[in-house]
Design a protein around this ligand. Structure first.
Ligand code: NCD
Length: 317
């Protein structure tokens, strides 16, 4: 495989190989010198048309720890704001010899479009396309769950994960549903009916509108940001009512299993989908998710770029 566009492109062995490689590479992040020469001489472009803090920085740190050169492109302040098309931007990047392009875009399908176009010769990695997918986020979430609750080498069989909140607008939820079920976990979506996508009945999940009844049974609760920037309509009456039914708070924390963990991809709306107390509680692994993101992205870059270079037909080749 040359690109990482969707979790749907991975089979179980591919997914486990990324997670296992990330375990190996995480050791580098703990070493005093956080660098491997593997991608020396490679150019990686971060092409971000939507705002991002952690994902962009995380990819940048991952690429640098593998000794690649990184070019950061953000649409704001670039020729895109003068009306340049994605095609022209892509051709410019190609002319600069990009070996990989990491793209975030508000249009679902943008990463696929870039990969299918012949404007880019290298690998394309989807860092979030509209409401469609965010595969490296799901991989870092699975890595985090496995680290806390699974066996270090195995899959996620026997675990039950709740994904809670604005499923409708969430690419994180879509990628996670695919990956968690691929790895054998049971997934329950918890949301108001207005924030569930059409066709959710065909997804490999259970659906509940009753957060309290789900909480005692889950091993991890993954809270989602309410994506106000993607909401043109009113999806719930008031923020207060949303928090009352679907927010994680102290009372709900007490319903959870002692061994269970709290996750959130960030950025959080503290006080809306999660209280500060829960976000900062001992059970929260939210900050660790960010650290794990670097190891997982190193693994993806390594398998896509170094694997091809060595022509060993690496696991993603
Ligand atoms: C997510 C995203 O951008 O899709 N954030 C992230 O990548 N850390 C989730 C979100 O924006 O709510």
């Amino acid at each position: 495989m040359r690109h990482l566009l969707s979790i749907a492109d991975l089979n179980r062995a591919d997914a486990l190989s990324i997670l296992d490689t990330a375990v190996e590479l995480a050791r580098i992040s703990d070493a005093p010198v956080k660098k491997l020469p593997t991608l020396r001489g490679k150019t990686i472009v971060n092409l971000f048309f939507e705002d991002s803090t952690r994902t962009r920085i995380s990819f940048e740190a991952a690429a640098k720890r593998l000794s690649a050169d990184v070019i950061n492109f953000s649409a704001k302040g670039s020729s895109v704001s003068k009306g340049e098309s994605l095609k022209d931007t892509a051709q410019t990047l190609q002319a600069m010899g990009a070996d990989a392009v990491i793209i975030r875009h508000s249009a679902s399908g943008a990463a696929q479009w870039l990969a299918d176009s012949h404007w880019i010769g290298g690998s394309v990695i989807n860092a979030g396309d509209g409401t469609h997918e965010h595969p490296t986020q799901a991989l870092l979430d699975a890595f985090t769950i496995r680290k806390h609750l699974g066996s270090t080498s195995g899959d996620l069989k026997g675990l039950h994960i709740a994904i809670v909140g604005d499923i409708l607008h969430s690419r994180v939820a879509r990628s996670n549903v695919l990956l968690l079920s691929l790895l054998g976990a049971e997934v329950t979506l918890v949301a108001p009916p207005t924030l569930l996508p059409m066709g959710v009945q065909t997804w490999p999940v259970k659906v509940s509108y009753d957060f309290d009844s789900v909480l005692p049974h889950v091993d991890a609760v993954m809270m989602l940001r309410v994506q106000q920037e993607r909401m043109q309509d009113l999806f719930f009456p008031t923020a207060r009512e949303y928090s009352h039914f679907f927010g994680l708070n102290r009372d709900r924390l007490s319903l959870m299993k002692k061994s269970s963990i709290i996750m959130h991809p960030g950025p959080m709306n503290r006080g809306l989908e999660i209280t500060a107390e829960c976000a900062d509680s001992a059970r929260s692994v939210i900050v660790e998710q960010v650290a794990n993101g670097v190891s997982v992205r190193m693994a993806v870059l390594y398998l896509l770029l170094a694997g091809a270079q060595q022509e060993q037909g690496g696991l993603l080749a």
